[in-house]
Design a protein around this ligand. Structure first.
Ligand code: HEC
Length: 439
């Protein structure tokens, strides 16, 4: 009898204390209203709002609660928000960094582990208005575009495989050559934002000169602002070759039109540096092979490809945007300098074909490369069943335009400069680093 009473009192002590302890933890635990809502508002709600491209809105507790486990899963694995560059390697200062801080990831984890409590609604952050996807995103910084160019209408189909729409449209609206400062690629809203997977608007000059890519788009990359004093030469006459890749999403839309907004330097003004915009560096067709011929990924296997490119002039890199398809997992960009030293700039290690993110470097950390630098890119393909978006690990995979085939190249924002500009930029950078060290 005594034994049983002892046991009961022991149980009461342990479980009673346990309950009190759990309560105490819960009291200190982050709540939705005070701690989690501000994070979701800042980092998620631009897409996860009722009109956004995210599959569900995350703007109220009622909307968020059923997704607590999924939110914890995606944020702790750094899958959401979409920002797939390895935080442990290379340059980490980006103009468009969308990632969560470690502290924010911890807050979400602690909140989820405490049972995802709501807390006091009085602690909620002031609601914000989301800019409509129908607006130009750059208007706030730059005002309305100086010129808008449009594709011809395309009838969006609901189901089926990848579709390409490639109209050629005369380029009108400029009297004389101008220098481009910024460009934004804007699919229609809301349908176009969901169904246009990627696209290019490339100006073919009337005089037969080198073509000029006015804007390149992928989900995750819709605009480009060239650095201060840098612009892209745009001739007045020519035609725009549109290359629009539509991926059916179950909704029809007749007459879909894509727009590109262009912002120029003032008439007659030539910026100091002329940029080539995003330049394609291939990580396939190596050793003299035809493009993509060396992509051969075995069933349930991996392939690694490395592409090297020697720079014939000094250059500044302002952005990095790897392009792979569904088996692509990793792409690393590094430099081997003329003196033999090596530097890794960026590594995208969670590549996801749904996203074509341009990682835009902050001014002070943009790679500055002397003539003779070798840019080296390494791609890793995963054709195993553990790749969650692998449509079929039984297949051999080769090069092709469809998402189920593969590609391997990087779009790199490049400005080639001359030797004097390089010497000056290198001296400025050294001076800035010295100052930082003295401070
Ligand atoms: C740039 C737009 C964008 C941002 C920012 C964004 N998401 Fe997403 N999210 C999406 C899209 C699109 C999908 C569906 C496609 C995919 O999974 O890539 C998605 C999928 C998800 C899913 C999986 C839903 C499912 O049913 O499988 C979760 C959970 C999620 N997001 C949470 C978040 C959280 C939390 C944040 C902020 C910390 C966030 N997202 C930021 C666009 C975004």
């Amino acid at each position: 009898m005594i034994q049983i009473r002892k046991l009961i009192s022991f149980c009461l002590r342990v479980f009673g204390l346990g309950a009190i302890a759990i309560q105490a933890i819960a009291q200190n635990a982050p709540t939705y209203s005070a701690d989690v809502a501000p994070i979701l508002q800042e980092k998620c709600a631009t897409c996860h709002n009722p009109e956004g491209i995210g599959p569900m809105p995350l703007t109220t507790y009622e909307q968020v609660k059923p997704f607590a486990a999924l939110i914890y899963d995606r944020t702790s694995k750094r899958i959401m928000p979409p920002w797939h560059v390895d935080p442990g390697i290379g340059i980490q200062q980006f103009k468009n960094d969308a990632s969560l801080t470690n502290a924010q990831i911890d807050t979400i984890e602690n909140w989820f582990n405490a049972g995802a409590p709501e807390g006091n609604p009085a602690d909620l952050p002031t609601p914000i208005e989301f800019p409509s996807g129908a607006e130009w995103q750059l208007t706030e910084q730059l005002g309305p575009p100086d010129l808008i160019v449009r594709s011809t209408p395309y009838d969006v189909i609901a189901d089926g495989q990848d579709q390409w729409w490639m109209p050629n449209v005369p380029f009108e609206g400029l009297d004389k050559e101008r220098f481009l400062k910024a460009a934004e690629f804007k699919p229609s809203y809301p349908l176009g934002k969901k169904v246009v997977h990627h696209g290019h608007a490339v100006l073919q000059p009337a005089d037969g000169g080198r073509s000029v890519a006015l804007a390149r788009y992928g989900v995750g990359k819709s605009w480009e602002i060239f650095p201060e004093g840098t612009g892209m030469r745009v001739p007045a006459d020519g035609s725009i070759a549109w290359n629009l890749h539509y991926f059916p999403v179950g909704a029809e839309g007749p007459g879909d039109v894509v727009e590109v907004g262009l912002w120029f330097y003032p008439e007659g003004q030539q910026p100091e540096r002329e940029t080539a915009g995003e330049v394609m560096f291939r990580v396939d067709g190596l050793k003299g092979m035809a493009r993509g011929q060396d992509i051969v990924i075995p069933p349930h296997g991996y392939q690694v490809l490395t592409g090297t490119h020697r720079l014939d002039a000094p250059a500044v890199i302002h952005s990095y945007r790897p392009h792979l398809h569904m088996r692509g997992k990793v792409m690393t960009m590094e430099a081997i300098y003329p003196d033999g030293t090596k530097e890794v700039f960026s590594q995208v290690n969670k590549y996801d074909h749904n996203w074509q993110i341009a990682y835009i470097y902050e001014e002070d950390v943009k790679p500055l490369l002397p003539t003779g630098t070798i840019l080296q890119f390494t791609s890793v393909f995963d054709n195993t069943a553990s790749n969650p978006i692998n449509p079929d690990p039984e297949q051999w995979v080769v090069f092709g335009r469809r998402g189920v085939d593969e590609m391997s190249h990087a779009w790199v924002g490049m400005t080639y400069i001359n030797e004097e500009q390089y010497a000056q930029a290198a001296a400025e950078r050294r001076a800035r680093r010295e100052t930082l060290r003295i401070d």
